[in-house]
Ligand binder design. Structure first.
Ligand SMILES: Cc1cc2nc3c(=O)[nH]c(=O)nc-3n(C[C@H](O)[C@H](O)[C@H](O)COP(=O)(O)OP(=O)(O)OC[C@H]3O[C@@H](n4cnc5c(N)ncnc54)[C@H](O)[C@@H]3O)c2cc1C
Length: 403
Protein backbone atom coordinates (compact mmCIF):
# COMPACT_ATOMS: atom_id res chain seq x y z
CA UNK A 1 0.00 0.00 0.00
CA UNK A 2 2.65 2.49 -1.02
CA UNK A 3 6.08 3.27 0.29
CA UNK A 4 6.48 2.97 4.03
CA UNK A 5 7.17 6.19 5.91
CA UNK A 6 10.25 5.91 8.13
CA UNK A 7 10.25 2.74 10.20
CA UNK A 8 6.50 2.81 10.79
CA UNK A 9 5.23 1.16 7.63
CA UNK A 10 2.47 3.76 7.48
CA UNK A 11 2.48 5.23 3.97
CA UNK A 12 -1.28 5.67 3.91
CA UNK A 13 -3.82 6.19 6.67
CA UNK A 14 -7.49 6.87 7.18
CA UNK A 15 -8.94 8.89 10.02
CA UNK A 16 -12.56 8.32 11.03
CA UNK A 17 -14.12 11.53 12.37
CA UNK A 18 -13.17 15.16 11.64
CA UNK A 19 -13.49 16.53 15.16
CA UNK A 20 -10.44 18.10 16.78
CA UNK A 21 -9.03 14.66 17.65
CA UNK A 22 -9.31 13.26 14.14
CA UNK A 23 -8.00 16.39 12.45
CA UNK A 24 -5.02 16.57 14.81
CA UNK A 25 -4.25 12.91 14.09
CA UNK A 26 -4.59 13.44 10.35
CA UNK A 27 -2.35 16.51 10.35
CA UNK A 28 0.34 14.68 12.33
CA UNK A 29 0.22 11.62 10.08
CA UNK A 30 0.37 13.77 6.97
CA UNK A 31 3.27 15.79 8.39
CA UNK A 32 5.11 12.47 8.80
CA UNK A 33 4.64 11.79 5.08
CA UNK A 34 1.58 9.53 5.05
CA UNK A 35 -1.22 9.95 2.48
CA UNK A 36 -4.25 10.58 4.70
CA UNK A 37 -7.99 10.39 4.02
CA UNK A 38 -10.39 11.70 6.66
CA UNK A 39 -13.95 10.33 6.66
CA UNK A 40 -16.56 12.50 8.35
CA UNK A 41 -20.20 11.49 8.74
CA UNK A 42 -21.55 15.06 8.86
CA UNK A 43 -21.40 17.72 6.15
CA UNK A 44 -19.05 19.90 8.22
CA UNK A 45 -15.81 19.45 10.13
CA UNK A 46 -15.37 20.25 13.83
CA UNK A 47 -17.68 17.75 15.56
CA UNK A 48 -18.47 19.18 18.98
CA UNK A 49 -16.76 22.43 17.94
CA UNK A 50 -19.39 24.18 15.87
CA UNK A 51 -19.57 27.96 15.34
CA UNK A 52 -22.55 29.67 13.74
CA UNK A 53 -22.83 33.32 12.70
CA UNK A 54 -26.11 35.07 13.53
CA UNK A 55 -27.69 37.56 11.09
CA UNK A 56 -26.30 40.47 13.18
CA UNK A 57 -22.77 39.05 12.91
CA UNK A 58 -22.41 37.67 16.44
CA UNK A 59 -20.82 34.23 16.61
CA UNK A 60 -22.51 31.48 18.57
CA UNK A 61 -20.51 28.51 19.77
CA UNK A 62 -23.02 25.68 19.70
CA UNK A 63 -20.49 23.37 21.38
CA UNK A 64 -17.04 24.07 22.85
CA UNK A 65 -16.41 27.71 23.66
CA UNK A 66 -13.70 28.38 26.26
CA UNK A 67 -9.96 27.98 25.94
CA UNK A 68 -9.26 27.64 29.62
CA UNK A 69 -6.11 27.90 31.74
CA UNK A 70 -3.47 25.23 31.23
CA UNK A 71 -4.21 24.48 27.59
CA UNK A 72 -0.96 24.45 25.60
CA UNK A 73 -1.56 22.45 22.42
CA UNK A 74 -4.64 24.42 21.37
CA UNK A 75 -3.12 27.92 21.82
CA UNK A 76 0.01 26.84 19.91
CA UNK A 77 -2.13 25.42 17.10
CA UNK A 78 -4.28 28.57 16.99
CA UNK A 79 -1.25 30.73 16.35
CA UNK A 80 0.29 28.23 13.89
CA UNK A 81 -2.95 28.43 11.86
CA UNK A 82 -2.80 32.25 11.78
CA UNK A 83 -5.71 32.62 14.22
CA UNK A 84 -5.90 34.50 17.51
CA UNK A 85 -7.34 33.94 20.95
CA UNK A 86 -9.73 36.76 21.83
CA UNK A 87 -10.02 37.88 25.47
CA UNK A 88 -13.72 37.79 26.41
CA UNK A 89 -13.85 40.45 29.12
CA UNK A 90 -15.49 38.01 31.58
CA UNK A 91 -14.36 35.05 33.64
CA UNK A 92 -15.09 31.39 32.96
CA UNK A 93 -14.20 30.51 36.54
CA UNK A 94 -15.38 33.45 38.67
CA UNK A 95 -19.16 33.64 38.18
CA UNK A 96 -21.55 35.86 40.06
CA UNK A 97 -23.70 33.34 42.00
CA UNK A 98 -27.45 33.93 42.29
CA UNK A 99 -29.93 31.98 44.42
CA UNK A 100 -29.22 29.18 46.84
CA UNK A 101 -27.93 29.53 50.40
CA UNK A 102 -25.41 32.27 49.63
CA UNK A 103 -21.80 32.60 50.81
CA UNK A 104 -19.36 35.45 51.34
CA UNK A 105 -15.95 35.58 49.69
CA UNK A 106 -14.01 34.66 52.86
CA UNK A 107 -16.11 31.57 53.58
CA UNK A 108 -15.84 30.44 49.96
CA UNK A 109 -12.08 30.85 50.03
CA UNK A 110 -11.83 28.93 53.31
CA UNK A 111 -14.05 26.15 51.98
CA UNK A 112 -12.04 25.88 48.79
CA UNK A 113 -8.73 25.79 50.74
CA UNK A 114 -10.09 22.98 52.92
CA UNK A 115 -11.17 21.06 49.82
CA UNK A 116 -7.78 21.50 48.15
CA UNK A 117 -6.04 20.24 51.32
CA UNK A 118 -8.37 17.22 51.44
CA UNK A 119 -7.73 16.39 47.77
CA UNK A 120 -3.96 16.75 48.24
CA UNK A 121 -4.13 14.42 51.25
CA UNK A 122 -5.85 11.82 49.06
CA UNK A 123 -9.17 12.04 50.93
CA UNK A 124 -11.14 11.97 47.68
CA UNK A 125 -9.87 8.54 46.67
CA UNK A 126 -12.82 6.35 45.57
CA UNK A 127 -15.39 9.01 46.53
CA UNK A 128 -17.81 11.11 44.56
CA UNK A 129 -17.46 14.89 44.69
CA UNK A 130 -20.62 15.04 46.84
CA UNK A 131 -19.23 12.50 49.33
CA UNK A 132 -15.93 14.33 49.62
CA UNK A 133 -17.63 17.71 50.07
CA UNK A 134 -19.74 16.25 52.90
CA UNK A 135 -16.59 15.12 54.72
CA UNK A 136 -14.74 18.41 54.48
CA UNK A 137 -15.86 20.90 57.13
CA UNK A 138 -16.99 24.15 55.50
CA UNK A 139 -19.76 26.72 55.37
CA UNK A 140 -22.96 25.23 53.85
CA UNK A 141 -23.19 28.01 51.27
CA UNK A 142 -19.58 27.36 50.18
CA UNK A 143 -20.29 23.64 49.86
CA UNK A 144 -23.36 24.31 47.73
CA UNK A 145 -21.59 26.79 45.46
CA UNK A 146 -18.50 24.60 44.98
CA UNK A 147 -20.73 21.60 44.20
CA UNK A 148 -22.70 23.66 41.67
CA UNK A 149 -19.59 25.04 39.99
CA UNK A 150 -18.20 21.51 39.53
CA UNK A 151 -21.50 19.92 38.47
CA UNK A 152 -22.10 22.52 35.77
CA UNK A 153 -18.61 22.42 34.25
CA UNK A 154 -18.26 18.63 34.35
CA UNK A 155 -21.87 18.33 33.09
CA UNK A 156 -22.47 15.47 35.51
CA UNK A 157 -24.13 15.25 38.96
CA UNK A 158 -21.64 15.64 41.84
CA UNK A 159 -23.34 12.58 43.38
CA UNK A 160 -21.88 10.50 40.50
CA UNK A 161 -18.71 12.37 39.55
CA UNK A 162 -15.37 11.08 40.91
CA UNK A 163 -13.70 13.53 43.28
CA UNK A 164 -10.40 12.75 41.58
CA UNK A 165 -11.82 13.80 38.21
CA UNK A 166 -11.87 17.51 39.00
CA UNK A 167 -8.87 19.29 37.53
CA UNK A 168 -7.14 22.14 39.39
CA UNK A 169 -9.60 22.38 42.28
CA UNK A 170 -7.87 25.42 43.77
CA UNK A 171 -8.50 27.43 40.59
CA UNK A 172 -12.26 26.82 40.33
CA UNK A 173 -13.11 30.41 41.28
CA UNK A 174 -10.06 32.30 39.97
CA UNK A 175 -10.80 35.66 38.46
CA UNK A 176 -9.11 34.97 35.13
CA UNK A 177 -10.31 36.45 31.85
CA UNK A 178 -11.77 33.82 29.51
CA UNK A 179 -10.60 33.36 25.90
CA UNK A 180 -11.93 31.80 22.71
CA UNK A 181 -10.81 31.81 19.09
CA UNK A 182 -11.56 35.17 17.47
CA UNK A 183 -14.10 34.59 14.71
CA UNK A 184 -15.17 31.18 16.06
CA UNK A 185 -13.51 28.02 17.35
CA UNK A 186 -14.59 26.02 14.31
CA UNK A 187 -12.04 27.88 12.21
CA UNK A 188 -9.37 25.74 13.83
CA UNK A 189 -11.04 22.66 12.35
CA UNK A 190 -11.64 24.37 9.00
CA UNK A 191 -8.04 25.50 8.66
CA UNK A 192 -6.69 22.09 9.63
CA UNK A 193 -9.08 20.44 7.15
CA UNK A 194 -8.05 22.79 4.35
CA UNK A 195 -4.68 21.05 4.18
CA UNK A 196 -6.16 17.55 4.28
CA UNK A 197 -8.23 15.27 2.10
CA UNK A 198 -11.57 15.15 3.91
CA UNK A 199 -14.64 13.28 2.65
CA UNK A 200 -17.68 14.90 4.22
CA UNK A 201 -21.00 13.10 4.51
CA UNK A 202 -19.15 9.78 4.63
CA UNK A 203 -19.68 7.58 7.66
CA UNK A 204 -17.27 4.73 8.25
CA UNK A 205 -19.40 1.63 8.74
CA UNK A 206 -16.88 -1.19 8.21
CA UNK A 207 -13.26 -1.49 9.27
CA UNK A 208 -11.69 -4.76 8.13
CA UNK A 209 -8.12 -5.84 8.83
CA UNK A 210 -6.77 -7.33 5.62
CA UNK A 211 -3.22 -8.66 5.32
CA UNK A 212 -0.94 -5.98 6.69
CA UNK A 213 -3.43 -3.17 6.16
CA UNK A 214 -6.98 -2.04 6.82
CA UNK A 215 -9.95 -1.74 4.42
CA UNK A 216 -12.66 0.81 5.21
CA UNK A 217 -16.21 0.68 3.80
CA UNK A 218 -15.06 -1.97 1.30
CA UNK A 219 -13.32 0.59 -0.90
CA UNK A 220 -10.55 2.43 0.96
CA UNK A 221 -7.34 0.47 1.53
CA UNK A 222 -4.78 1.97 3.91
CA UNK A 223 -1.90 0.87 6.09
CA UNK A 224 -3.46 2.12 9.33
CA UNK A 225 -6.49 3.91 10.74
CA UNK A 226 -7.35 6.28 13.57
CA UNK A 227 -10.86 5.92 15.00
CA UNK A 228 -11.67 9.27 16.58
CA UNK A 229 -15.42 9.09 17.12
CA UNK A 230 -17.13 9.38 20.53
CA UNK A 231 -17.19 6.04 22.36
CA UNK A 232 -20.87 5.19 21.66
CA UNK A 233 -20.38 5.92 17.93
CA UNK A 234 -17.93 3.01 17.66
CA UNK A 235 -21.03 0.78 17.91
CA UNK A 236 -22.01 2.04 14.47
CA UNK A 237 -18.81 0.64 12.95
CA UNK A 238 -18.51 -3.10 12.20
CA UNK A 239 -14.93 -4.18 12.96
CA UNK A 240 -13.59 -7.38 11.38
CA UNK A 241 -12.28 -9.17 13.29
CA UNK A 242 -14.36 -7.70 16.14
CA UNK A 243 -12.54 -5.47 18.59
CA UNK A 244 -11.01 -7.53 21.40
CA UNK A 245 -13.17 -7.76 24.52
CA UNK A 246 -10.82 -5.55 26.58
CA UNK A 247 -11.25 -2.69 24.06
CA UNK A 248 -14.98 -3.11 23.43
CA UNK A 249 -15.57 -3.23 27.19
CA UNK A 250 -13.47 -0.09 27.74
CA UNK A 251 -15.44 1.86 25.11
CA UNK A 252 -18.76 0.65 26.59
CA UNK A 253 -17.72 1.92 30.03
CA UNK A 254 -17.23 5.55 29.00
CA UNK A 255 -19.85 7.68 30.75
CA UNK A 256 -21.05 10.98 29.26
CA UNK A 257 -22.21 14.19 30.90
CA UNK A 258 -25.18 16.16 29.56
CA UNK A 259 -25.29 19.81 28.52
CA UNK A 260 -27.45 22.24 26.57
CA UNK A 261 -26.64 25.77 25.45
CA UNK A 262 -28.94 28.63 24.61
CA UNK A 263 -27.76 31.78 22.83
CA UNK A 264 -30.11 34.75 22.85
CA UNK A 265 -29.45 37.96 20.88
CA UNK A 266 -29.90 41.16 22.92
CA UNK A 267 -31.98 44.17 21.97
CA UNK A 268 -29.82 46.55 24.03
CA UNK A 269 -26.08 46.84 24.65
CA UNK A 270 -24.77 44.94 27.71
CA UNK A 271 -21.59 44.85 29.81
CA UNK A 272 -19.47 41.69 29.89
CA UNK A 273 -20.77 39.42 32.65
CA UNK A 274 -20.71 35.94 34.11
CA UNK A 275 -23.73 34.87 36.20
CA UNK A 276 -24.50 31.44 37.70
CA UNK A 277 -27.88 30.11 38.83
CA UNK A 278 -26.86 28.02 41.84
CA UNK A 279 -30.14 26.11 42.29
CA UNK A 280 -30.68 25.51 38.57
CA UNK A 281 -27.16 24.52 37.56
CA UNK A 282 -26.80 26.77 34.54
CA UNK A 283 -24.75 29.90 33.96
CA UNK A 284 -24.92 32.76 31.52
CA UNK A 285 -22.41 35.17 30.05
CA UNK A 286 -22.12 38.21 27.87
CA UNK A 287 -18.70 38.61 26.33
CA UNK A 288 -16.41 40.46 23.99
CA UNK A 289 -15.99 39.14 20.47
CA UNK A 290 -12.79 39.24 18.45
CA UNK A 291 -13.25 42.97 17.75
CA UNK A 292 -13.02 43.79 21.48
CA UNK A 293 -16.64 44.98 21.79
CA UNK A 294 -19.24 43.15 23.89
CA UNK A 295 -21.42 41.21 21.44
CA UNK A 296 -25.19 41.75 21.69
CA UNK A 297 -25.70 38.16 22.81
CA UNK A 298 -26.15 36.24 26.05
CA UNK A 299 -25.21 32.58 26.15
CA UNK A 300 -26.33 30.02 28.70
CA UNK A 301 -24.82 26.65 29.49
CA UNK A 302 -26.69 24.09 31.58
CA UNK A 303 -24.56 21.22 32.84
CA UNK A 304 -25.67 17.78 34.10
CA UNK A 305 -28.67 15.59 33.19
CA UNK A 306 -30.97 16.92 35.92
CA UNK A 307 -30.29 20.55 34.93
CA UNK A 308 -30.90 19.84 31.24
CA UNK A 309 -34.05 17.80 31.97
CA UNK A 310 -35.49 20.59 34.15
CA UNK A 311 -35.16 22.98 31.19
CA UNK A 312 -37.21 20.57 29.03
CA UNK A 313 -35.00 21.23 26.03
CA UNK A 314 -36.52 18.32 24.13
CA UNK A 315 -39.68 20.46 23.84
CA UNK A 316 -37.77 23.48 22.47
CA UNK A 317 -36.20 26.58 23.99
CA UNK A 318 -39.21 28.12 25.78
CA UNK A 319 -38.55 26.91 29.34
CA UNK A 320 -34.80 27.63 29.01
CA UNK A 321 -35.63 31.14 27.74
CA UNK A 322 -37.94 31.72 30.67
CA UNK A 323 -35.25 30.69 33.17
CA UNK A 324 -32.55 32.81 31.49
CA UNK A 325 -34.92 35.80 31.54
CA UNK A 326 -35.56 35.22 35.26
CA UNK A 327 -31.83 35.01 36.03
CA UNK A 328 -30.91 37.99 33.87
CA UNK A 329 -33.56 40.72 34.28
CA UNK A 330 -30.73 43.16 33.48
CA UNK A 331 -30.75 42.03 29.82
CA UNK A 332 -33.24 42.74 27.05
CA UNK A 333 -33.65 39.41 25.27
CA UNK A 334 -34.66 38.98 21.64
CA UNK A 335 -36.40 35.71 22.53
CA UNK A 336 -37.66 34.98 19.02
CA UNK A 337 -34.07 34.80 17.73
CA UNK A 338 -32.80 32.36 20.40
CA UNK A 339 -30.61 29.45 19.27
CA UNK A 340 -30.74 26.23 21.28
CA UNK A 341 -28.08 23.55 21.04
CA UNK A 342 -28.60 20.14 22.58
CA UNK A 343 -26.32 17.13 22.64
CA UNK A 344 -28.62 14.17 23.34
CA UNK A 345 -25.83 11.61 22.76
CA UNK A 346 -23.81 13.25 25.55
CA UNK A 347 -21.78 16.44 25.75
CA UNK A 348 -18.42 15.06 26.87
CA UNK A 349 -17.04 12.21 28.91
CA UNK A 350 -17.29 12.18 32.70
CA UNK A 351 -15.54 10.09 35.33
CA UNK A 352 -17.17 8.15 38.11
CA UNK A 353 -15.49 6.41 41.07
CA UNK A 354 -16.45 2.98 39.66
CA UNK A 355 -14.17 3.57 36.67
CA UNK A 356 -11.72 0.62 36.43
CA UNK A 357 -8.11 1.56 37.21
CA UNK A 358 -6.89 0.32 33.81
CA UNK A 359 -9.53 2.11 31.75
CA UNK A 360 -7.26 4.92 30.54
CA UNK A 361 -4.68 2.36 29.40
CA UNK A 362 -7.32 0.37 27.53
CA UNK A 363 -8.94 3.41 25.90
CA UNK A 364 -5.54 4.66 24.74
CA UNK A 365 -4.15 1.33 23.47
CA UNK A 366 -4.20 0.53 19.76
CA UNK A 367 -5.49 -2.71 18.29
CA UNK A 368 -3.09 -3.90 15.58
CA UNK A 369 -3.14 -1.04 13.03
CA UNK A 370 -6.14 0.71 14.52
CA UNK A 371 -5.43 3.58 16.92
CA UNK A 372 -8.09 5.33 19.00
CA UNK A 373 -8.42 9.05 19.66
CA UNK A 374 -11.08 11.41 21.02
CA UNK A 375 -11.39 13.46 24.18
CA UNK A 376 -12.61 10.38 26.07
CA UNK A 377 -9.24 8.68 25.50
CA UNK A 378 -7.22 11.47 27.12
CA UNK A 379 -6.05 10.90 30.70
CA UNK A 380 -5.90 14.43 31.98
CA UNK A 381 -7.59 16.81 29.54
CA UNK A 382 -10.63 14.58 28.80
CA UNK A 383 -13.84 16.50 28.04
CA UNK A 384 -12.01 19.40 26.39
CA UNK A 385 -10.79 20.65 23.00
CA UNK A 386 -7.25 20.45 24.38
CA UNK A 387 -7.75 16.78 25.25
CA UNK A 388 -9.17 16.00 21.82
CA UNK A 389 -6.11 17.51 20.09
CA UNK A 390 -3.68 15.76 22.42
CA UNK A 391 -5.40 12.42 21.88
CA UNK A 392 -5.17 12.79 18.11
CA UNK A 393 -1.47 13.59 18.20
CA UNK A 394 -0.88 10.63 20.53
CA UNK A 395 -2.80 8.26 18.22
CA UNK A 396 -0.67 9.39 15.27
CA UNK A 397 2.52 8.78 17.28
CA UNK A 398 1.29 5.27 18.16
CA UNK A 399 0.83 4.41 14.49
CA UNK A 400 4.12 5.99 13.48
CA UNK A 401 5.89 3.92 16.09
CA UNK A 402 7.11 6.83 18.17
CA UNK A 403 4.89 6.21 21.21
C1 LIG B 1 -22.09 21.97 24.75
C2 LIG B 1 -20.61 21.71 24.83
C3 LIG B 1 -19.77 22.66 25.41
C4 LIG B 1 -18.40 22.43 25.49
N1 LIG B 1 -17.60 23.40 26.01
C5 LIG B 1 -16.25 23.25 25.96
C6 LIG B 1 -15.40 24.33 26.31
O1 LIG B 1 -15.87 25.42 26.66
N2 LIG B 1 -14.06 24.14 26.23
C7 LIG B 1 -13.52 22.94 25.81
O2 LIG B 1 -12.30 22.82 25.74
N3 LIG B 1 -14.31 21.91 25.46
C8 LIG B 1 -15.65 22.03 25.52
N4 LIG B 1 -16.46 21.01 25.10
C9 LIG B 1 -15.86 19.70 24.77
C10 LIG B 1 -15.25 19.63 23.36
O3 LIG B 1 -16.19 20.08 22.43
C11 LIG B 1 -14.89 18.19 23.05
O4 LIG B 1 -14.08 17.63 24.08
C12 LIG B 1 -14.11 18.02 21.73
O5 LIG B 1 -14.57 18.90 20.74
C13 LIG B 1 -14.23 16.58 21.29
O6 LIG B 1 -13.52 16.38 20.09
P1 LIG B 1 -13.40 14.90 19.49
O7 LIG B 1 -12.63 15.02 18.24
O8 LIG B 1 -12.94 13.98 20.55
O9 LIG B 1 -14.91 14.44 19.20
P2 LIG B 1 -15.99 15.09 18.20
O10 LIG B 1 -15.82 16.55 18.12
O11 LIG B 1 -17.30 14.57 18.65
O12 LIG B 1 -15.62 14.48 16.78
C14 LIG B 1 -16.01 13.21 16.37
C15 LIG B 1 -16.42 13.28 14.91
O13 LIG B 1 -16.68 11.96 14.43
C16 LIG B 1 -17.77 12.01 13.53
N5 LIG B 1 -18.30 10.65 13.41
C17 LIG B 1 -19.01 9.92 14.31
N6 LIG B 1 -19.22 8.67 13.83
C18 LIG B 1 -18.64 8.61 12.61
C19 LIG B 1 -18.49 7.59 11.62
N7 LIG B 1 -18.97 6.35 11.80
N8 LIG B 1 -17.82 7.88 10.48
C20 LIG B 1 -17.30 9.11 10.26
N9 LIG B 1 -17.41 10.12 11.18
C21 LIG B 1 -18.05 9.87 12.33
C22 LIG B 1 -18.71 13.01 14.18
O14 LIG B 1 -19.64 13.52 13.24
C23 LIG B 1 -17.72 14.07 14.68
O15 LIG B 1 -17.49 15.06 13.71
C24 LIG B 1 -17.84 21.22 25.00
C25 LIG B 1 -18.69 20.27 24.40
C26 LIG B 1 -20.06 20.50 24.32
C27 LIG B 1 -20.94 19.49 23.66
Amino acid sequence: MGTAVGQSGVASAAVIGAGFAGLAAAAALQAAGAAVTVLERERRVGGRVWSQTLPGGAIVEMGAEFVTEGYTVLPALVSRLGLELAPMGMSFTRRDPRGGIGVDAAALEAGLAALVAAVEAGAGEGLTVAELLERVPMDAGARELIACRIQVSYAHPVSLLAAGAVRHVGELFDDVEARRVAGGNQQVAERLAAGLRVQLGTAAVRVVQVGDGVRINDDLDVDAVVVSVPAPATDGIAFEPPLPAWKADALARVVYGQAAKLAVPLLAQAQASSVLSVPEHFWTWTAKDGDGAVAPLVTAFAGSGPAVDALRVDEGPSRYLERVAALRPDLELDAAAAVLSTWPDGAYSARQPDRPADLDDRLEAKVERIAFAGEHTERHWYSTMEGALRSGERAARQLLGSA
